[in-house]
Design a protein around this ligand. Structure first.
Ligand SMILES: Cc1cc2nc3c(=O)[nH]c(=O)nc-3n(C[C@H](O)[C@H](O)[C@H](O)COP(=O)(O)OP(=O)(O)OC[C@H]3O[C@@H](n4cnc5c(N)ncnc54)[C@H](O)[C@@H]3O)c2cc1C
Length: 305
Protein backbone atom coordinates (compact mmCIF):
# COMPACT_ATOMS: atom_id res chain seq x y z
CA UNK A 1 0.00 0.00 0.00
CA UNK A 2 2.69 2.48 1.10
CA UNK A 3 4.82 1.32 -1.84
CA UNK A 4 1.98 2.09 -4.28
CA UNK A 5 1.47 5.52 -2.73
CA UNK A 6 5.16 6.35 -2.96
CA UNK A 7 5.34 5.12 -6.57
CA UNK A 8 2.32 7.28 -7.40
CA UNK A 9 4.00 10.23 -5.67
CA UNK A 10 7.14 9.55 -7.75
CA UNK A 11 5.12 10.29 -10.89
CA UNK A 12 3.42 13.44 -9.57
CA UNK A 13 4.56 16.58 -11.40
CA UNK A 14 3.05 18.81 -8.73
CA UNK A 15 4.88 17.17 -5.84
CA UNK A 16 8.02 17.07 -7.95
CA UNK A 17 7.90 20.85 -8.54
CA UNK A 18 7.30 21.43 -4.86
CA UNK A 19 10.19 19.23 -3.79
CA UNK A 20 12.42 20.65 -6.53
CA UNK A 21 12.25 24.04 -4.87
CA UNK A 22 13.59 22.60 -1.58
CA UNK A 23 17.35 22.98 -1.13
CA UNK A 24 19.21 19.86 -2.20
CA UNK A 25 22.05 20.43 0.23
CA UNK A 26 20.19 18.50 2.90
CA UNK A 27 21.79 15.36 4.19
CA UNK A 28 18.98 12.98 3.36
CA UNK A 29 18.90 13.84 -0.33
CA UNK A 30 22.65 13.93 -0.52
CA UNK A 31 22.74 10.41 0.84
CA UNK A 32 21.30 9.12 -2.46
CA UNK A 33 22.04 11.87 -5.02
CA UNK A 34 25.53 13.08 -5.92
CA UNK A 35 24.68 16.72 -6.54
CA UNK A 36 22.86 19.18 -8.75
CA UNK A 37 25.27 19.20 -11.67
CA UNK A 38 27.95 17.21 -13.46
CA UNK A 39 30.83 18.91 -11.64
CA UNK A 40 29.46 17.97 -8.22
CA UNK A 41 28.78 14.43 -9.48
CA UNK A 42 32.32 14.14 -10.80
CA UNK A 43 33.73 15.13 -7.41
CA UNK A 44 31.69 12.38 -5.75
CA UNK A 45 32.69 9.98 -8.52
CA UNK A 46 36.36 10.72 -7.90
CA UNK A 47 35.97 9.81 -4.22
CA UNK A 48 34.28 6.53 -5.12
CA UNK A 49 36.94 5.72 -7.72
CA UNK A 50 39.66 6.43 -5.16
CA UNK A 51 37.96 3.83 -2.96
CA UNK A 52 38.31 1.27 -5.75
CA UNK A 53 34.70 1.42 -6.94
CA UNK A 54 33.49 1.67 -10.53
CA UNK A 55 30.68 4.10 -11.34
CA UNK A 56 27.75 4.54 -13.66
CA UNK A 57 26.55 8.15 -13.77
CA UNK A 58 22.86 8.84 -14.26
CA UNK A 59 21.55 12.28 -15.16
CA UNK A 60 18.17 12.85 -13.49
CA UNK A 61 16.00 14.72 -15.97
CA UNK A 62 12.35 15.77 -15.99
CA UNK A 63 10.07 13.66 -18.15
CA UNK A 64 10.89 14.54 -21.74
CA UNK A 65 7.86 16.03 -23.47
CA UNK A 66 9.49 17.92 -26.33
CA UNK A 67 12.20 17.41 -28.91
CA UNK A 68 14.13 20.32 -27.34
CA UNK A 69 14.24 18.57 -23.97
CA UNK A 70 15.55 15.41 -25.64
CA UNK A 71 18.36 17.40 -27.28
CA UNK A 72 19.23 18.97 -23.92
CA UNK A 73 19.53 15.51 -22.32
CA UNK A 74 21.72 14.27 -25.17
CA UNK A 75 23.96 17.31 -24.80
CA UNK A 76 24.16 16.90 -21.02
CA UNK A 77 25.45 13.34 -21.49
CA UNK A 78 27.91 14.39 -24.17
CA UNK A 79 29.27 17.13 -21.93
CA UNK A 80 29.45 14.73 -18.97
CA UNK A 81 31.38 12.18 -21.03
CA UNK A 82 33.82 14.86 -22.15
CA UNK A 83 34.39 15.80 -18.51
CA UNK A 84 34.80 12.14 -17.52
CA UNK A 85 37.55 11.79 -20.05
CA UNK A 86 39.18 15.04 -18.92
CA UNK A 87 39.04 13.93 -15.29
CA UNK A 88 40.63 10.57 -16.14
CA UNK A 89 37.60 8.74 -14.74
CA UNK A 90 36.94 6.60 -17.84
CA UNK A 91 36.84 3.61 -18.18
CA UNK A 92 36.14 3.17 -14.44
CA UNK A 93 33.05 5.30 -14.95
CA UNK A 94 30.36 4.83 -17.58
CA UNK A 95 26.88 6.34 -17.98
CA UNK A 96 23.34 5.03 -17.59
CA UNK A 97 20.77 6.53 -19.93
CA UNK A 98 16.97 6.41 -20.07
CA UNK A 99 15.76 6.31 -23.66
CA UNK A 100 12.55 8.05 -22.59
CA UNK A 101 14.70 11.04 -21.58
CA UNK A 102 16.08 11.03 -25.13
CA UNK A 103 12.56 11.30 -26.57
CA UNK A 104 11.54 7.62 -26.94
CA UNK A 105 7.88 8.35 -26.21
CA UNK A 106 7.82 11.11 -28.83
CA UNK A 107 9.72 9.45 -31.65
CA UNK A 108 11.74 6.22 -31.37
CA UNK A 109 13.99 7.13 -34.29
CA UNK A 110 14.91 10.40 -32.60
CA UNK A 111 15.73 8.57 -29.36
CA UNK A 112 17.88 6.11 -31.29
CA UNK A 113 19.81 8.92 -32.99
CA UNK A 114 20.41 10.70 -29.69
CA UNK A 115 21.49 7.44 -28.04
CA UNK A 116 23.83 6.80 -30.95
CA UNK A 117 25.40 10.25 -30.34
CA UNK A 118 25.81 9.49 -26.62
CA UNK A 119 27.39 6.10 -27.42
CA UNK A 120 29.79 7.80 -29.83
CA UNK A 121 30.78 10.29 -27.12
CA UNK A 122 31.28 7.40 -24.70
CA UNK A 123 33.50 5.58 -27.21
CA UNK A 124 35.50 8.79 -27.67
CA UNK A 125 35.89 9.01 -23.87
CA UNK A 126 36.92 5.34 -23.70
CA UNK A 127 33.86 4.08 -21.89
CA UNK A 128 30.36 2.66 -22.38
CA UNK A 129 26.65 3.36 -22.04
CA UNK A 130 23.99 1.24 -20.35
CA UNK A 131 20.32 1.69 -21.29
CA UNK A 132 18.21 1.76 -18.12
CA UNK A 133 15.02 -0.31 -18.11
CA UNK A 134 11.79 1.64 -17.65
CA UNK A 135 8.16 0.56 -17.51
CA UNK A 136 7.10 -2.46 -19.55
CA UNK A 137 5.45 -0.43 -22.32
CA UNK A 138 8.96 0.59 -23.41
CA UNK A 139 10.69 -2.81 -23.14
CA UNK A 140 10.30 -3.96 -26.76
CA UNK A 141 11.31 -0.60 -28.16
CA UNK A 142 14.30 -0.37 -25.79
CA UNK A 143 15.59 -3.83 -26.74
CA UNK A 144 15.20 -3.02 -30.44
CA UNK A 145 17.16 0.21 -30.06
CA UNK A 146 19.78 -1.67 -28.02
CA UNK A 147 20.24 -4.18 -30.87
CA UNK A 148 20.70 -1.32 -33.35
CA UNK A 149 23.16 0.53 -31.11
CA UNK A 150 25.20 -2.63 -30.57
CA UNK A 151 25.94 -2.83 -34.31
CA UNK A 152 28.31 0.14 -33.88
CA UNK A 153 28.83 -0.02 -30.12
CA UNK A 154 28.77 -3.67 -29.00
CA UNK A 155 29.65 -2.68 -25.43
CA UNK A 156 26.28 -0.97 -24.90
CA UNK A 157 24.71 -2.46 -21.78
CA UNK A 158 21.17 -3.79 -21.44
CA UNK A 159 19.03 -3.83 -18.29
CA UNK A 160 16.53 -6.61 -17.62
CA UNK A 161 13.97 -6.63 -14.81
CA UNK A 162 13.39 -9.93 -13.03
CA UNK A 163 9.82 -8.98 -12.10
CA UNK A 164 8.72 -9.12 -15.76
CA UNK A 165 7.43 -12.53 -16.84
CA UNK A 166 9.22 -12.18 -20.20
CA UNK A 167 12.67 -11.64 -18.73
CA UNK A 168 13.92 -15.25 -18.64
CA UNK A 169 13.46 -15.31 -22.41
CA UNK A 170 15.22 -11.95 -22.79
CA UNK A 171 18.13 -13.27 -20.69
CA UNK A 172 18.51 -16.23 -23.06
CA UNK A 173 18.54 -13.86 -26.04
CA UNK A 174 21.10 -11.54 -24.48
CA UNK A 175 23.49 -14.02 -22.81
CA UNK A 176 25.83 -13.86 -25.80
CA UNK A 177 29.53 -13.16 -26.06
CA UNK A 178 30.49 -9.67 -24.91
CA UNK A 179 26.90 -8.76 -24.01
CA UNK A 180 26.73 -6.61 -20.89
CA UNK A 181 23.46 -7.25 -19.06
CA UNK A 182 22.38 -5.63 -15.81
CA UNK A 183 19.86 -7.75 -13.93
CA UNK A 184 17.68 -5.90 -11.41
CA UNK A 185 14.35 -6.71 -9.75
CA UNK A 186 12.49 -3.79 -11.37
CA UNK A 187 11.34 -0.49 -9.88
CA UNK A 188 7.98 0.37 -11.49
CA UNK A 189 4.39 -0.47 -10.54
CA UNK A 190 3.50 -3.13 -13.13
CA UNK A 191 0.27 -5.10 -13.64
CA UNK A 192 -0.08 -8.76 -12.81
CA UNK A 193 -0.53 -9.57 -16.50
CA UNK A 194 3.11 -8.76 -17.24
CA UNK A 195 4.92 -8.91 -13.90
CA UNK A 196 5.29 -11.18 -10.90
CA UNK A 197 3.81 -9.45 -7.87
CA UNK A 198 5.02 -11.25 -4.77
CA UNK A 199 8.56 -10.69 -3.47
CA UNK A 200 9.09 -14.48 -3.45
CA UNK A 201 8.09 -14.89 -7.11
CA UNK A 202 10.30 -11.94 -8.08
CA UNK A 203 13.26 -13.40 -6.18
CA UNK A 204 12.74 -16.83 -7.77
CA UNK A 205 12.64 -15.21 -11.19
CA UNK A 206 15.81 -13.27 -10.33
CA UNK A 207 17.62 -16.53 -9.52
CA UNK A 208 16.43 -18.23 -12.74
CA UNK A 209 17.61 -15.22 -14.75
CA UNK A 210 20.90 -15.12 -12.84
CA UNK A 211 21.50 -18.80 -13.67
CA UNK A 212 20.96 -18.10 -17.37
CA UNK A 213 23.27 -15.06 -17.39
CA UNK A 214 26.01 -16.59 -15.23
CA UNK A 215 26.06 -19.82 -17.27
CA UNK A 216 25.97 -17.90 -20.57
CA UNK A 217 28.60 -16.13 -22.64
CA UNK A 218 27.88 -12.53 -21.66
CA UNK A 219 28.96 -10.18 -18.89
CA UNK A 220 26.35 -10.19 -16.07
CA UNK A 221 25.95 -7.05 -13.98
CA UNK A 222 24.20 -8.08 -10.78
CA UNK A 223 22.24 -5.08 -9.56
CA UNK A 224 20.71 -5.76 -6.18
CA UNK A 225 21.14 -4.95 -2.49
CA UNK A 226 19.49 -8.18 -1.48
CA UNK A 227 21.94 -10.17 0.71
CA UNK A 228 20.46 -13.52 -0.32
CA UNK A 229 20.71 -12.76 -4.04
CA UNK A 230 24.24 -11.40 -3.66
CA UNK A 231 25.25 -14.63 -1.87
CA UNK A 232 23.64 -16.72 -4.63
CA UNK A 233 25.47 -14.67 -7.28
CA UNK A 234 28.79 -15.22 -5.48
CA UNK A 235 28.03 -18.94 -5.42
CA UNK A 236 27.14 -19.02 -9.14
CA UNK A 237 30.33 -17.17 -10.03
CA UNK A 238 32.30 -19.97 -8.32
CA UNK A 239 30.10 -22.70 -9.79
CA UNK A 240 30.45 -21.39 -13.36
CA UNK A 241 34.18 -20.65 -12.92
CA UNK A 242 33.84 -16.98 -13.62
CA UNK A 243 36.87 -14.87 -12.81
CA UNK A 244 36.40 -11.47 -11.17
CA UNK A 245 36.61 -9.66 -14.51
CA UNK A 246 33.77 -11.71 -16.00
CA UNK A 247 30.87 -10.21 -14.01
CA UNK A 248 30.23 -7.32 -11.64
CA UNK A 249 28.02 -6.22 -8.79
CA UNK A 250 26.08 -2.97 -8.98
CA UNK A 251 24.52 -1.06 -6.08
CA UNK A 252 22.93 2.34 -5.76
CA UNK A 253 24.87 5.26 -4.34
CA UNK A 254 24.18 5.55 -0.61
CA UNK A 255 22.68 2.08 -0.22
CA UNK A 256 24.50 -0.64 1.76
CA UNK A 257 27.83 1.14 1.50
CA UNK A 258 29.46 -1.35 3.86
CA UNK A 259 28.41 -4.17 1.56
CA UNK A 260 29.86 -2.25 -1.39
CA UNK A 261 33.18 -2.06 0.46
CA UNK A 262 33.04 -5.73 1.48
CA UNK A 263 32.42 -6.91 -2.08
CA UNK A 264 35.18 -4.68 -3.45
CA UNK A 265 37.62 -5.87 -0.77
CA UNK A 266 36.81 -9.43 -1.85
CA UNK A 267 38.21 -8.65 -5.30
CA UNK A 268 34.87 -8.09 -7.03
CA UNK A 269 34.17 -5.31 -9.49
CA UNK A 270 31.56 -3.13 -7.74
CA UNK A 271 29.86 -0.39 -9.73
CA UNK A 272 27.95 2.34 -7.94
CA UNK A 273 24.95 3.85 -9.71
CA UNK A 274 25.45 7.55 -9.14
CA UNK A 275 22.53 9.86 -9.97
CA UNK A 276 22.83 13.63 -10.14
CA UNK A 277 20.77 16.56 -11.34
CA UNK A 278 17.97 18.92 -10.43
CA UNK A 279 15.24 16.32 -10.93
CA UNK A 280 16.04 14.12 -7.95
CA UNK A 281 12.48 13.89 -6.63
CA UNK A 282 11.08 10.95 -8.69
CA UNK A 283 14.29 8.97 -8.20
CA UNK A 284 14.15 9.46 -4.46
CA UNK A 285 10.49 8.46 -4.25
CA UNK A 286 11.25 5.18 -6.05
CA UNK A 287 14.02 4.46 -3.53
CA UNK A 288 11.59 5.17 -0.68
CA UNK A 289 9.02 2.85 -2.25
CA UNK A 290 11.64 0.10 -2.05
CA UNK A 291 12.40 0.84 1.59
CA UNK A 292 9.70 2.97 3.24
CA UNK A 293 11.59 3.04 6.55
CA UNK A 294 13.96 5.57 4.89
CA UNK A 295 11.04 8.02 4.68
CA UNK A 296 11.57 9.22 8.26
CA UNK A 297 15.25 9.93 7.56
CA UNK A 298 14.33 11.80 4.39
CA UNK A 299 11.60 13.81 6.08
CA UNK A 300 14.05 15.02 8.74
CA UNK A 301 16.60 15.87 6.02
CA UNK A 302 14.15 17.89 3.94
CA UNK A 303 13.32 20.13 6.82
CA UNK A 304 17.00 20.56 7.48
CA UNK A 305 17.49 18.58 10.65
C1 LIG B 1 22.74 -0.44 -9.89
C2 LIG B 1 21.26 -0.52 -10.02
C3 LIG B 1 20.65 -0.15 -11.20
C4 LIG B 1 19.27 -0.24 -11.34
N1 LIG B 1 18.70 0.05 -12.55
C5 LIG B 1 17.37 -0.13 -12.70
C6 LIG B 1 16.75 0.05 -13.97
O1 LIG B 1 17.38 0.39 -14.97
N2 LIG B 1 15.40 -0.15 -14.06
C7 LIG B 1 14.65 -0.53 -12.98
O2 LIG B 1 13.44 -0.73 -13.11
N3 LIG B 1 15.23 -0.68 -11.76
C8 LIG B 1 16.55 -0.49 -11.60
N4 LIG B 1 17.12 -0.67 -10.36
C9 LIG B 1 16.25 -0.80 -9.17
C10 LIG B 1 15.87 -2.24 -8.92
O3 LIG B 1 15.02 -2.69 -9.93
C11 LIG B 1 15.18 -2.39 -7.57
O4 LIG B 1 14.01 -1.62 -7.56
C12 LIG B 1 16.05 -1.97 -6.40
O5 LIG B 1 17.38 -2.32 -6.58
C13 LIG B 1 15.55 -2.65 -5.11
O6 LIG B 1 15.66 -4.04 -5.22
P1 LIG B 1 16.80 -4.89 -4.49
O7 LIG B 1 17.22 -5.95 -5.45
O8 LIG B 1 17.90 -4.01 -4.08
O9 LIG B 1 16.10 -5.59 -3.30
P2 LIG B 1 14.93 -5.18 -2.29
O10 LIG B 1 13.85 -6.18 -2.50
O11 LIG B 1 14.59 -3.73 -2.34
O12 LIG B 1 15.62 -5.43 -0.91
C14 LIG B 1 16.00 -6.75 -0.54
C15 LIG B 1 16.82 -6.69 0.71
O13 LIG B 1 18.01 -5.92 0.47
C16 LIG B 1 18.37 -5.23 1.66
N5 LIG B 1 18.29 -3.78 1.42
C17 LIG B 1 17.65 -3.15 0.41
N6 LIG B 1 17.79 -1.82 0.52
C18 LIG B 1 18.51 -1.60 1.64
C19 LIG B 1 18.98 -0.43 2.30
N7 LIG B 1 18.69 0.80 1.86
N8 LIG B 1 19.71 -0.59 3.43
C20 LIG B 1 19.98 -1.82 3.91
N9 LIG B 1 19.56 -2.97 3.32
C21 LIG B 1 18.82 -2.85 2.22
C22 LIG B 1 17.38 -5.64 2.71
O14 LIG B 1 17.87 -6.78 3.36
C23 LIG B 1 16.17 -6.02 1.88
O15 LIG B 1 15.30 -6.89 2.54
C24 LIG B 1 18.50 -0.65 -10.23
C25 LIG B 1 19.10 -1.04 -9.04
C26 LIG B 1 20.46 -1.00 -8.93
C27 LIG B 1 21.09 -1.47 -7.65
Amino acid sequence: MLRSLLLAAAGSDRLGRLAGSAPLGRNAVRKFVAGRDADEALRTGRTLADDGLAITFDHLAAETRSAEQAVAVRDEYRALLGKLKGAGLAPAAEVSVKLSALGQRLDEKLAYEHAQAVCAAAAEAGTTVTLDAEDHTLTDSTLEILADLRKDHPGTGAVLQAYLRRTEGDCRELATSGSRVRLCKGAYAEPESVAFQSPLDIDKSYVRCLNILMSGEGYPMIATHDPRLIAIAEDRARWFDRTADEYEFQLLYGVRTEEQARLAAGGNVVRVYLPYGEQWYGYLMRRLAERPRNAAVLGRGLVGR
